[in-house]
Write a protein that binds this ligand. Structure first.
Ligand SMILES: Cc1ncc(COP(=O)(O)O)c(C=O)c1O
Length: 475
């Protein structure tokens, strides 16, 4: 599309009718607009014909690239059968096949060392494995996957006859979505503070944010003071806590905060010790973003409940899954009149088109040996981040797998941040945009999460544009 009457009308209609998420609409009305019309591989094209590298995988969802033939074909094939039927009181072929396939994928990503499930700690050692997550509950986005997990954990204890477990333990800087339950366990003040009066009671443990340790400690000399504080909360309040919820290895929307090795496992051990369920929110980290199929796999951790979404369909359609153990599932079994039913569901739960895309997405992982191909890309990213970290206004450049965050600071020595009103992250993003890279910052943290399928050359190019944009905006 050229700059025609049609493109002008589209831009005007956007500003007239659409209220964009997480956006100050007064600024939006004044700013130049990018309207995407097409995508291919790791690029997206706007209505004026300009191509951009999709540096954040269209909000961290795209895995195998845009217009991936196998994904396109799987959805088209499903359309020829049926696009949607409900999962309430019925089932559908694609939802069944995906559930079976997902469980197989989990089994295949099995850790060799195994950890005990809550309530089943054994003297002789751990007793369960990642494949104990064997029940699939569908919903349609990351927030609902979390909402389901919280309600499931709460009701589990009720059915067990354990009273008083009305609270959750979450981590400062966490982001689990925008529904009220998910916001309650969130810890990003900028997003969450305004909703304070609406939220349920939660306990907050320190964030494993080593670059800016809220406890004033230095890693590794600290010896994990943050988990000691977490233990203090659990010791005092475990009888009130239904579950601890955590983003394994990377607190993503909180600023791509990478936890130090061993932190996740230490948290798992605390949940086991204090008999509190562990919910792993792998919405952002799942599906090889961190290298392994699931981030928990890096530390051989087995949560009691796991939330998946974003990359599950390769970034094609909204779908989410909350996985639970048989132990949890069994507590919901009973006579109809006992009202042990899990009363939760959505109109599009188990949508067949999305499930067909998810099956195709898992097939591609297998066929293209994505994991093997990922290692050299992670190396390129890490080498380039090391260079970028030497820039005068880069305080910290961190990554886990192909999830990276570059934290900009006014003063590298004192770590003084740019005032958030300066929108320094956005200044960099605008420079990058001019040079053909689309990124979306989180405050002063530049986020780089390309599709896993990105080529070495394009990855290099992405990092070069990002570097140049940082220099241009901060000098
Ligand atoms: C860890 C995590 N959980 C939950 C969500 C919410 O997902 P959604 O935006 O699909 O509701 C996000 C979104 O970024 C996330 O990063």
């Amino acid at each position: 599309m050229d700059i025609t009457e049609e493109t002008r009308q589209l831009e005007a209609a956007d500003k007239k009718y659409i209220w964009h998420p997480f956006t100050q609409m007064r600024d939006w009305e004044k700013e130049p607009l990018i309207v995407i019309a097409e995508g291919r591989d790791c690029f997206i094209k706007d209505i004026h014909g300009k191509w951009y590298l999709d540096g954040v995988s269209s909000l961290w969802v795209n895995i195998h690239g845009h217009r991936k033939k196998e994904l396109d074909d799987a959805i088209k094939e499903q359309i020829d059968n049926i696009s949607h039927s409900a999962l309430l009181g019925l089932s559908n072929v694609a939802a069944i096949k995906l559930a079976e396939r997902l469980i197989r994928t989990i089994r295949d990503s099995e850790p060799e060392k195994k950890y005990a499930m809550t309530g089943q700690q054994e003297e002789s050692g751990p007793s369960s494995s990642l494949s104990s997550l064997c029940k699939v509950f569908y919903s349609d986005n990351g927030s609902t996957a979390v909402e389901v997990a919280l309600k499931m954990a709460f009701q589990y204890w009720k059915h067990k006859g354990v009273d008083g477990r009305h609270c959750f333990l979450s981590i400062n800087n966490a982001y689990h979505g925008d529904t009220l339950g998910a916001v309650s366990v969130g810890g990003v003040d900028l997003f969450h503070k305004v909703f304070g009066p609406l939220l349920m009671k939660t306990f907050k443990a320190p964030s494993p944010y080593c670059y800016r340790c809220e406890l004033g400690m230095e890693y590794p000399a600290c010896g994990f003071t943050c988990t000691e504080k977490t233990e203090e909360i659990l010791k005092a309040h475990h009888n009130e806590i239904a579950a601890l919820i955590i983003e394994p290895l990377v607190q993503a929307a909180g600023g791509m905060i990478v936890s130090p090795p061993g932190y996740l496992k230490a948290v798992r051990d605390l949940c086991t010790k204090y008999n509190v369920l562990m919910i792993a929110d792998e919405v952002a980290t799942g599906f090889r973003r961190t290298g392994e199929m699931f981030a928990c796999r890096h530390e051989d951790v087995v949560p009691d409940i796991m939330c998946l979404s974003k990359g599950i369909t390769g970034g094609y359609l909204p779908l989410a899954v909350t996985l639970a153990t048989e132990e949890i599932y069994n507590e919901f079994l009973g006579e109809f009149s006992e009202l042990k039913t899990f009363f939760h569901g959505h109109s599009y739960t188990g949508n067949p088109l999305a499930c067909a895309a998810a099956i195709a997405c898992l097939d591609i992982f297998e066929r293209e040996e994505t994991l093997k191909n990922l290692q050299p890309k992670i190396k390129i990213l890490e080498d380039r981040l090391a260079e970028i970290s030497t820039l005068p206004h880069v305080g910290d450049a961190r990554n886990r797998g192909l999830m990276a965050g570059i934290e900009l600071v006014r003063d590298k020595t004192t770590k003084e941040p740019y005032a958030w009103e300066e929108k320094m992250g956005w200044q960099v993003a605008y420079h990058a945009r001019d040079n053909g890279l689309l990124i979306r910052p989180l405050g002063n943290v530049l986020v780089l999460i390309p599709p896993l399928s990105i080529s070495h050359d394009n990855l290099d190019r992405m990092l070069e544009i990002a570097r140049d944009a940082i220099i241009a905006a901060t000098s």
